[in-house]
Write a protein of this length. Structure first.
Lengths: 301, 251, 298
């Protein structure tokens, strides 16, 4: 029974972390139409900064906030040269930028960077709870963060600021002609999304207690995109649902491996093949995902 | 004092002279027409004035201020807005939301205010919604306020675009073929609204192909051909001008 | 450390040759269908792996591998158009949807390859001779595979040039690349021409994969490894411009090899080599997005 609870807590922890990632992508891509294909870089930066800070003795909260801030800063840095580019160029450059970040994490050998990664990242509050209770506590922590960011994101979407983001998504030229500084709005969207991804990264690092560059491959960005496409673009609940569905799917392929005799590694390949298929199939038949966008409500009416 | 003053503006694309030292003036509270055969540079002129294109020569003054090198969003903050030849509404937003994007100085567009001054944002929204509904009523499309803009007919979308421009409380609107593809009755109705607005102090520059409309509603007309102003004057003067007839037939 | 200019030139030509072959298809599809096709990387990979299979079965000839890689990748490319991209376009999908779908398709292909061949390094089994080239005072080494690469690139690029300028289908391709709408209005069956563009483009990428795999090693990411550089080449050369792409391929090849030497002399890890293409990409997009030979209206 304890093992089952631990398993569920583990699953829901990952759902929470990836849910936060997917909401962050939703703000950028679902609402502002920013083709951010470098999402994993912000996740990685949040994870690494948080890890480095806490391994050096800082409290967890400092790591979390530090991870968010540095990830946001990276978002600003990337935004400046790229956000005036056409959407497909933005996609290419964000993939490239994310790969550069990963190369830095891999090739530098100071400050804990390098292929060996960082070990022994402290788990917050671990002293207070026993091993049977801790997984639930951490899950609650992750979900608390997710809910806070969800509320923030929902407030943003329903505000005039969010309305301008959606207008940018619909027609940049028209939005510009109404006097809105489109570049500034896009930048704010990307920086916010990056902060969220950084927070997710920090939560991830403190859960696994270990980070290394090969945990942050472009594949992770693609899986988050699939979560968004499947769950529902421009719908935060859809985003979380998508994270849940994909996480369930990944878990089930792992269980499948135990039930059916498969050569090792096959379930990994199968997983990505299905994720790729899901991407294509949903784009083809259900481009708004399972939930789709809800009709805008103006506050108040 | 003229509201909009275009002085010797030129624009080249590669070797092509799209605009050749074009000069144009509009007085406040008037409706000025801009006509000419296809390809004469009418939309290009609007694009240069509003900052979509950078002028290769000449200046543009609005309200006494130089706006020649400003970005499109900066031009709009000077209270000069435009509509588009192919209408650009926000398809997956409702009519009301379309209207609400436009007003300037919305505190809710600042991220800090969204969290620190939410009550003020809500109050401002309430006002803007009221203003938007009033405008929609004036344009007779208020019954569509909750409809996705994509579901509107072409004519209704043009009305929406006009309403959206008005929401930003401009001094002047550049209309690029506001009634193209719209049935004649609706076209007249739209222009009657424009006249009403003009009487209230608004200034318009209208690019149109519909000669009937132009002659009936514009006080002053400029005729463009091959990037140059070939004639200007009142409708009566234009009608009898040989150069205009040549421009349309010869071009 | 004295610069071995001759070796750098040869290495640049080799890198550039692979990029040239890979980028032709990418640039044509980008121009005609107006989307960045991320699954193009897997045309490179599938060519490389089919070439490997043929190499292990049919023996030593690299040409058999190249032919097989060309054919298989070509068919795969056509398949991707007919099964994924054309249906999406018929449903009114926008260009960014095609791009995202190409990422999904790429995942499917790459992991299918990984499932069949595994993720460990694999090598072509070829008798390779090593030659030393002496020119003036300089000397450089190159292998027989390298010679095949250089000769193949020159031959294939020339063939494609002749094809584009002398044959009806080739001219139709150029017309379509210039303006699909206009080409269609002139009576060209754009859908049919497209199939040939996919076949040829993907096939050439397949050959690029074979050559790269034979020269280095095979790993399922072999296509993805060249993809970002290929995009840099495509944008540098001007999207859809065949001659621009070839020129850009060799320019980037030179930039990368010179860059590696620079990294080494500055004691910076050569793992940063991909960053060179990235920098070229960003600079081009910021300074002159139409590339060397793109036209202003793009």
């Amino acid at each position: 029974m304890v093992a089952l609870i631990a398993y569920i807590a583990d699953t829901m922890t990952y759902v929470g972390i990836f849910g936060l990632l997917t909401i962050s992508l939703n703000l950028e891509a679902g609402y502002t139409r920013l083709m951010n294909f470098g999402k994993v870089a912000f996740f990685a930066v949040g994870a690494y900064v948080s890890a480095l800070l806490t391994v050096s003795g800082a409290p967890f909260l400092a790591g979390l906030v530090g991870g968010m801030l540095v990830a946001g800063l990276l978002g600003l840095l990337i935004a400046i040269p790229t956000l005036k580019l056409r959407e497909d160029y933005l996609a290419i450059t964000t993939i490239a930028a994310a790969e550069i970040i990963r190369l830095i994490l891999l090739n530098e050998n100071s400050y804990g960077l390098g292929p060996m990664g960082i070990r022994g990242i402290p788990k917050p509050l671990s002293g207070l709870f026993g091993p049977s209770g801790y997984p639930l506590v951490y899950m609650a922590l992750v979900w608390a963060c997710l809910i806070v960011w969800l509320l923030i994101s929902q407030r943003i979407i329903s505000s005039p600021f969010g309305r301008v983001l959606r207008a940018i998504r619909e027609d940049e030229v028209a939005t510009e002609s109404l006097g809105k500084d489109v570049f500034l709005f896009k930048t704010k969207s990307l920086v916010l999304g990056s902060c969220m991804a950084g927070a997710a990264g920090s939560l991830f690092a403190h859960y696994t207690s270990f980070v290394s560059p090969d945990m942050f491959m472009p594949l992770l960005t693609f899986s988050v995109w699939t979560m968004l496409i499947v769950g529902g673009t421009a719908n935060n609940y859809g985003a979380i649902l998508g994270a849940f569905l994909i996480q369930m799917f990944e878990r089930s392929t792992r269980i499948l491996k135990d039930l059916v005799d498969m050569p090792s590694g096959a379930q990994v390949n199968l997983r990505w093949i299905v994720i790729g298929l899901l991407m294509v199939i949903f784009l083809m038949y259900k481009p708004h995902g399972v939930l789709g966008e809800r009709k805008g409500k103006v506050t108040p009416r | 004092m003229s509201l909009l003053r275009v002085d010797g503006v030129s624009k080249n694309f590669g070797g092509l002279k799209a605009l050749d030292r074009v000069s144009l003036e509009t007085q406040p509270s008037t409706i000025v027409g801009l006509i000419g055969p296809n390809g004469s540079g009418k939309t290009t002129l609007i694009n240069v004035v509003t900052g979509q294109y950078r002028a290769d020569g000449g200046t543009v003054l609005f309200s006494g201020q130089e706006i020649t090198d400003l970005q499109p969003h900066e031009v709009a903050t000077k209270r000069l807005v435009r509509s588009f030849q192919i209408v650009r509404v926000f398809p997956r937003m409702t009519v009301l939301e379309n209207m609400l994007v436009a007003p300037r100085g919305q505190s809710g567009e600042g991220l800090l205010s969204v969290f620190a001054k939410w009550a003020k944002v809500v109050a401002q929204e309430r006002e803007l919604v009221q203003r938007a509904l009033d405008l929609l009523r004036f344009l007779e499309i208020d019954h569509l306020s909750d409809e996705y803009a994509a579901n509107l007919s072409g004519g209704q979308q043009k009305l929406l675009e006009l309403g959206r421009s008005l929401m930003s409380e401009p001094l002047m609107i550049l209309l690029d073929e506001p009634v193209a593809g719209v049935n004649p009755t609706l076209a007249r109705k739209i222009f009657e609204k424009i006249v009403e607005l003009r009487n209230g102090g608004m200034t318009f520059l209208v690019v149109e192909h519909n000669v009937d409309i132009i002659m009936n509603f514009c006080e002053n007309i400029y005729v463009l051909s091959k990037g140059q102003v070939v004639a200007k004057g009142t409708p009566a003067e234009i009608q009898n001008d040989r150069k205009v007839i040549d421009a349309y037939l010869g071009g | 450390m004295p610069l071995n200019v001759l070796q750098i030139i040869i290495n640049s030509a080799l890198t550039g040759s692979v990029y040239a072959l890979v980028s032709i298809g990418l640039t044509l599809v980008y121009r005609i269908l107006k989307f960045a096709n991320f699954s193009h990387a897997e045309m490179v990979a599938s060519g490389a792996y089919i070439g490997l299979a043929l190499n292990h079965i049919a023996g030593q000839s690299l040409f058999i591998s190249m032919a097989g890689g060309f054919a298989f990748a070509g068919v795969l490319g056509v398949g991707s158009e007919l099964l994924v991209f054309r249906p999406l376009r018929r449903r009114g999908a926008e260009r960014i949807s095609l791009m995202v779908a190409s990422i999904g398709l790429g995942l499917v292909i790459r992991h299918s390859i990984q499932q069949v061949w595994g993720s460990r390094f694999l090598w072509y089994d070829l008798d390779t001779e090593v030659y030393v080239l002496k020119l003036g005072g300089a000397h450089a080494t190159l292998t027989s595979i390298h010679i095949v690469m250089l000769v193949s690139a020159v031959l294939l690029v020339s063939l494609v040039h002749l094809f584009l300028t002398r044959t009806r289908l080739g001219k139709a391709m150029r017309a379509t690349s210039d303006s699909p709408v206009l080409a269609s209005a002139c009576g060209i069956d754009v859908d049919r021409v497209l199939i040939w563009v996919w076949f040829l483009g993907a096939g050439l990428a397949g050959i690029g994969g074979v050559l790269r795999g034979a020269d280095t090693r095979l790993v399922p990411q072999i296509g993805w490894e060249t993809l970002l550089s290929s995009f840099a080449v495509v944008i540098l050369g001007g999207i859809g411009n065949f001659y621009g792409t070839i020129l850009a391929a060799y320019i980037l090849g030179f930039a990368e090899n010179l860059g590696v030497v620079a990294l080494q002399s500055l004691s910076i890890s050569t793992g940063y080599r991909p960053a060179i293409a990235f920098i070229v990409l960003i600079v081009v997009l910021l300074v002159r997005p139409r590339g060397i030979m793109g036209s202003e209206r793009d």
